[in-house]
Design a protein. Structure first.
Length: 120
């Protein structure tokens, strides 16, 4: 749902004058979508992807914590049950570092695919 909202926001943010200009130059609907609307929507789509990945990561860990039999959330739950505080701190650190790694990776992808975004 986040991705759909982001894609729609990006597409609706396309200036109508750009679409009219492409149409007046003889662009087909497909060409307008490919060369005008998609490049304009890409920053919002990728930002939505970053938000969605963060939410998915948190949901995954929470599901492992509550009902999992494997995974980092399960390890933390067992460590908490047996009061192994050093293991709890390590799992919290690992969860944070993995979340940060996901975010940094997606930011680098954004920098490569939409270098014009955020400039100026």
């Amino acid at each position: 749902s986040i991705m759909i909202i982001s894609a729609r926001a990006g597409a609706s943010g396309t200036q109508l004058s750009k679409i009219h200009a492409a149409h007046s130059l003889g662009a087909s609907r497909w060409q307008i979508l490919r060369h005008v609307i998609l490049p304009n929507s890409l920053p919002e789509i990728l930002t939505g992807l970053r938000v969605a990945v963060g939410m998915c990561w948190g949901t995954l860990v929470a599901a492992e914590f509550l009902a999992g039999t494997t995974g980092i959330g399960f390890v933390e739950n067992v460590a908490r049950k047996y009061m192994q505080y050093e293991v709890i701190w390590i799992t919290i650190f690992v969860m944070g570092m993995l979340g940060l790694l996901f975010d940094i990776t997606l930011r680098k992808i954004m920098d490569k695919t939409i270098p014009w975004h955020g400039k100026g």
